[in-house]
Design a protein around this ligand. Sequence first.
Ligand SMILES: [Zn+2]
Length: 413
Amino acid sequence: MGSKLVQGERLWRRLMELGEVGKQPGGGITRLSFTTEERRAKDLVAAYMREAGLSVYEDAAGNLIGRKEGTNPEAPVVLIGSHVDSVYNGGCFDGPLGVLAGIEVVQAMNEQGVKTHHPIEVVAFTDEEGARFRFGMIGSRAMAGTLPSEALNYCDANGISIAEAMRQAGLDPHRLHEAARKPGTVKAYVELHIEQGRVLEEAGLPVGIVTGIAGLVWVKFTVEGKAEHAGATPMSLRRDPMAAAAQIIAVIEEEARRTGTTVGTVGQLHVFPGGINIIPERVEFVLDLRDLQTEVRDQVWQTVAARAQVIAKERNVRVTTEWLQDMPPVLCSDEVKHAAEAACKQLGYPPFWLPSGAAHDGVQLAPLCPIGMIFVRSQDGVSHSPAEWSTKDDCVAGAAVLYHTVWQLAQGQ
Ligand SMILES: [Zn+2]
């Protein structure tokens, strides 16, 4: 059905071609922000945009943008977007599918001579994943005008700040504010993305419509004890921050499970000094905590924080926490949801609704404009891994739903 609207072969070929950029020996993709790999990816995407007949430019945040003019060039723009940066050793669908499907949609419209009242822009946002600086969605925050200037001081593992990395990439951090769009200039933002979960697979459907995006906090824990010899220090005399960290992580799991909806994860842990025969002096780890309801998430956090202090007291270690990110949940707009629902019905897919547990650029754009998302089925729910996969048919189905959705949004007066 969808193949008549969009050229599935072309979309798939570009997806596989872009998937070669930043590919590691093990098959995973590493394309961190402001690196040469990301630059190569953006250059390739810019070439696709030109093939699609779009006028191409980059804004002050490095967001790559391709524009199809509307019959009223002054009308608010309909944005389609996603990202081309990746996590460490990620897959080739997370991000690129949304950008390339957006390009395919407008290229197909141009080839069919379809004109729209509203201009349409396809955006590849700068650093959605946050893999390099532990601070993501840089491009979409800049576009919404909400990127805090102190965030530019965050550093990567080599001590290079966001501001410095921008300069190395030829961008001027002092001009970041120029990337901000004015209120009222964006009609809606629509993103096609892989689901990264197993809900659509369980439902036996290629495409779903997103109801909202779960809120997220990242909290850095620092646990400080006393570094001593592993052989010479009896268990009773220790102030071991690693044992305390392990206990706190178990508490996180227990408290998140209790709610039935909250998910809590510790995926990063650093041990200092990190010797086999040394009781650590300090352990740092980062908690990722999410829920669609802020109250539930905050309740879990408060309980975890209180229990962590009890553990600290019992073990005579010091536990301090620092909030690295706090994003409230965001609901998708009725207008975009209705357009996506009509698109699904028109194409013969039963409209299926699901929340997004993963955060996306739409969270940052929500203060600027109505947002919505369309999910494509993920095989085994795998993501942020070289094994990430969605079938060609499912990707094309998603692109066709995106086509109809964007077409409806771009028609309106
Ligand atoms: Zn993504």
